[in-house]
Design a protein around this ligand. Structure first.
Ligand code: NCD
Length: 304
């Protein structure tokens, strides 16, 4: 049994504070000195949706740990295309790998797959639902940069309705009662009512606005996301596009020590003119992803 509190990682709700401590400590260690802890291990990455960072950082993580990688970068080339069920795919791939990382457009699909897999499964994104390892990357970045996960003023900008990275991150950060959230979105892309209610249960404050200039004032962290056009029919509405842009002018109204994060890819919501400013941490965030995923792979395969 792994020293983490979960066997499969499907939802950020499963992640306990003790898991964060273990993962952060090991990620710090790997950052300083990579070790070949997964020499005998194989990860299979099954992606039924596009990915650059998530798949590559998992694969890079396994290579850095001395393990091997089986990669399905396009689900269309697997037997699922011939009609094989996710359950059978889970049973079969479990014979060939020690851990499986999977992304799929359907909500709940990775849970269904994990039920039939006999090795640990990591959800790398199921539709608009959850993306728990991205939230680990995000909180690790915030912790490295701010030295705390509590008592922060956090702005979440963009598509809060369909963004799985947003849902997973808020699952983790709303547990800390002293955090204050400013949710900034187009009125049609706000957080679903049931999500909002679930997050508010923990007692932290959530306020909503569609005014970015107002919303950015006093923030410690601004988490920017793109509009998830592939998840809904935006019709001809141009309103969703070019709706917000984080640029130098906007940052001049923010605190000097604000940090700007983005799970990436960005599609216009962050102007590249801020890339070299000290506030821009989204590329550092993509780099931290490797160390957090190394820690996950070795703890979930019991090699540490
Ligand atoms: C995110 C995703 O796939 O949900 N990207 C990522 O994993 N880094 C965010 C997005 O696609 O907008």
């Amino acid at each position: 049994m792994s020293s983490l509190s979960f066997r499969h990682l499907l939802d950020s709700n499963q992640i306990q504070e003790s898991d964060l401590e273990k993962l952060f400590t090991l990620a710090d260690e790997y950052h300083l000195k990579p070790q070949l802890d997964c020499k005998q291990k194989i990860v299979a990455t099954l992606f039924f949706e596009p990915s650059t960072r998530t798949r590559f950082s998992f694969e890079s993580a396994m290579h850095r740990l001395g393990g091997r990688v089986l990669s399905l970068e396009n689900g269309e080339t697997s037997s699922v295309k011939k009609g094989e069920s996710l359950a059978d795919t889970g049973r079969i791939v479990s014979n060939y790998a020690d851990i499986i990382v999977m992304r799929h457009p359907k909500i709940g699909s990775v849970n269904e797959f994990a039920e039939f897999a006999h090795v640990p499964v990591i959800n790398a994104g199921d539709g608009s639902n959850q993306h728990p390892t991205q939230s680990l990357v995000d909180v690790y970045t915030i912790f490295r940069e701010k030295k705390t996960l509590d008592g922060l003023r956090i702005g979440i900008l963009g598509d809060l309705k369909h963004g799985r990275a947003v849902h997973s991150l808020m699952t983790l950060l709303t547990r800390y009662k002293n955090n204050h959230f400013t949710l900034i979105s187009h009125p049609d892309l706000g957080l679903a009512k049931e999500d909002r209610e679930a997050f508010e249960k923990h007692g932290c404050k959530l306020e909503e606005t569609s005014n970015l200039e107002e919303g950015i004032k006093n923030l410690d962290v601004l988490y920017v996301t793109r509009t998830q056009f592939e998840r809904f029919d935006a019709g001809n509405s141009k309103g969703f596009k070019d709706n917000y842009c984080v640029n130098k002018k906007l940052l001049s109204a923010a605190k000097n020590d604000l940090i700007v994060l983005h799970p990436l890819p960005r599609t216009g919501e962050i102007d590249s003119e801020i890339d070299d400013l000290p506030q821009a941490k989204y590329f550092a965030q993509a780099n931290y992803a490797v160390f957090i995923r190394m820690a996950l792979l070795s703890l979930m395969t019991n090699t540490r």
